[in-house]
Write a protein that binds this ligand. Structure first.
Ligand code: CA
Length: 249
């Protein structure tokens, strides 16, 4: 008897970036199975075996989907789901659980997960669920939508920044910095996160370059505000001593 081949993921056209999936699973067999299956299904998976590793990975790269095992050696899966949900509101979180009691499923969904699969699950079912979620969850698609902050629009896909109708010219790092802050609007963003996401994921040196770029970004926003013809509402960037920054809309 032939095993039916799962249908190709048609929504993942070749002109679009592949959907990034973070697998958080300590079991070697399941992790490898997921990694291979997702790659075959047209996704770009990254596999993390620990909760700590998963949080670091999620800070480093923007993921659209997390497949989260609840039984991890170093972290409580429910707690991890809660933290991921708070930090990344648009992330699609699917919990993978061997615990099939109703109470665990309810707790997982309450913790912020969008869906769950009880182990052992079939890869075909997982891929079908992913397709269904991604169709209804456009915010999780890799084509990032423009971010609107008062009268300021940051469009990461087009790399444009507009104040009303007027284009605002920013240097590349100023743009990247504004984008990261805008993605986490009204949330505190640590200096480490900014250094990692704007400069280099393995950056361990002094962070003076962040202060310099932040100062010039603020200057450009202030200039744009003063030269704007009409009165405009611009986001404020507040310094959080000993932590980082928060962009306030
Ligand atoms: Ca486990």
């Amino acid at each position: 008897m032939r095993t039916p081949t799962p249908p190709p993921d048609h929504h993942l056209g070749s002109d679009r970036a592949r959907v990034r999936v973070l697998i958080v699973e300590d079991d070697d067999t399941i992790g490898r199975h997921l990694e291979t299956g997702l790659t075959g299904g047209g996704y770009a998976p990254t596999w993390s075996r620990t909760g700590t590793g998963a949080l670091t990975e999620a800070e480093r790269t923007r993921y659209e989907v997390v497949l989260l095992d609840l039984g991890l050696p170093d972290a409580d899966g429910l707690d991890l789901a809660r933290r991921l949900r708070t930090r990344y509101p648009n992330l699609l979180i699917i919990i993978l659980t061997a615990r099939d009691t109703e109470i665990d499923v309810v707790a997982g969904l309450d913790a912020g997960a969008d869906d769950y699969l009880v182990k052992p699950f079939s890869l075909t079912v997982l891929l079908a669920r992913l397709r269904a979620h991604l169709r209804r969850h456009p915010a999780a698609s890799p084509q990032e939508q423009p971010l609107r902050l008062g009268d300021l629009t940051v469009d990461p896909a087009a790399r444009r920044c507009l104040l009303g109708e007027q284009e605002l010219t920013l240097r590349p790092k100023e743009f990247d910095l504004l984008t990261v802050l805008a993605r986490h609007a009204d949330t505190a963003v640590s200096r480490e996160t900014l250094m990692a996401q704007v400069w280099d994921e393995n950056w361990f040196g002094p962070t003076k370059t962040l202060d310099v770029t932040m100062a010039s970004l603020r200057r450009r926003l202030t200039e744009a505000e003063t030269t704007a013809r009409a009165s405009v509402r611009l986001p404020r960037i507040t310094t959080l001593r000993g932590h980082g920054y928060r962009l306030e809309t």
